[in-house]
Design a protein around this ligand. Structure first.
Ligand SMILES: Cc1cc2nc3c(=O)[nH]c(=O)nc-3n(C[C@H](O)[C@H](O)[C@H](O)COP(=O)(O)OP(=O)(O)OC[C@H]3O[C@@H](n4cnc5c(N)ncnc54)[C@H](O)[C@@H]3O)c2cc1C
Length: 273
């Protein structure tokens, strides 16, 4: 290396093999950044938007790969990839989430990208977020000293901003299973490898007697709209009224609002036929 140049490419990697170890490192090295699939973080590092000097590799933490169904609730480890979540049995437990998983990036991205990374990035365009919102998902956040359950609605506080504290990791996401049809749709400027221009997830929840629709890429955070089953026809207009999109390079606000009304109508047709 030439004299006077600093080698700032050196990154120290921590490789915990248990959740306890990962949380210990998180607590004792507060500036260390967690990485799982790296599909968001490595892009940020390549463009020098983030320059972590220490990383915590979560890929060898077995607790983050576990899943279970207990008392009608599906618990998904934060380290599960979308390649896994698009397959059985998840396509029957949480079909809309599996549909969303199939639309994410490319096979290479889906093999690496995790649900925990999608949640921690907290982008309003994150494709797993509308299905999770429709399921009224709760996140299990843990630090070395405590763990807490937070609803996804409360977790997301702004574009790419969440309630995750510096010493916490997302351990799992819990989804009450829904008795009724559900679907996910998204619009992009091409069929694959695009950020959603607008996305929509809809579920008819027979047990609660309501229909829920969640939209993405149409506001600072993903949003949820509920209607009772006897007011189901009001849903497309209610979604269009609830969203707060902006004009950007991918589409105008008025196009996104119109698209969400159309997607909601189509999603209802799909779920009711
Ligand atoms: C080419 C390409 C296409 C893409 N297409 C899509 C798409 O269609 N739809 C979509 O939604 N996204 C897409 N993405 C974005 C990305 O793949 C997802 O957001 C992915 O889910 C991130 O998961 P990861 O494991 O790779 O996260 P990482 O990159 O490893 O981490 C992302 C952030 O989450 C934090 N983090 C990760 N795991 C945890 C945890 N357990 N607890 C706390 N913090 C954690 C990291 O510290 C970091 O801040 C795409 C990305 C690329 C590069």
């Amino acid at each position: 290396m030439a004299a006077g140049l600093r080698d700032d490419s050196a990154v120290q990697m921590h490789t915990p093999t248990s959740l306890r170890d990962a949380l210990d490192i998180r607590a004792s090295v507060p500036h260390a950044v967690a990485v799982n699939g790296g599909t968001d973080l490595m892009v940020e590092m390549t463009f020098r938007h983030r320059r972590p000097v220490e990383l915590i590799d979560l890929t060898r933490v077995p607790e983050l790969q576990e899943w279970a169904v207990e008392d009608g609730t599906l618990r998904l480890g934060a380290g599960m990839t979308f390649a896994c979540l698009m397959q059985p049995p998840f396509d029957s437990h949480v079909p809309a989430l599996a549909q969303a998983a199939r639309t994410i990036g490319s096979p290479q991205i889906r093999n690496r990208a995790t649900i925990g990374g999608n949640l921690a990035t907290a982008s309003p365009a994150g494709d797993s977020l509308p299905p999770l919102l429709v399921h009224e998902a709760r996140l299990e956040l843990a630090s070395r000293v405590a763990s807490r359950l937070v609803s996804l609605e409360h977790f997301l506080v702004g574009p790419k901003r969440s309630l995750l504290a510096d010493d916490e990791l997302i351990v799992s996401v819990r989804l009450p299973l829904i008795d009724g049809p559900q679907t996910f749709m998204k619009i992009g400027t091409r069929n694959a490898m695009v950020i959603s221009v607008a996305s929509l997830c809809l579920a008819i929840d027979a047990r609660q007697g309501e229909v829920r629709a969640a939209y993405g890429s149409a506001g600072p955070v993903v949003g949820l709209v509920r209607k009772s089953l006897d007011a189901i026809d009001e849903l497309p207009d209610a979604v269009a009224a609830a969203c707060s999109p902006i004009d950007d390079v991918r589409g105008t606000a008025s196009y996104r609002r119109h698209a969400l009304r159309v997607l909601t109508t189509r999603a209802l047709e799909r779920c009711l036929r």
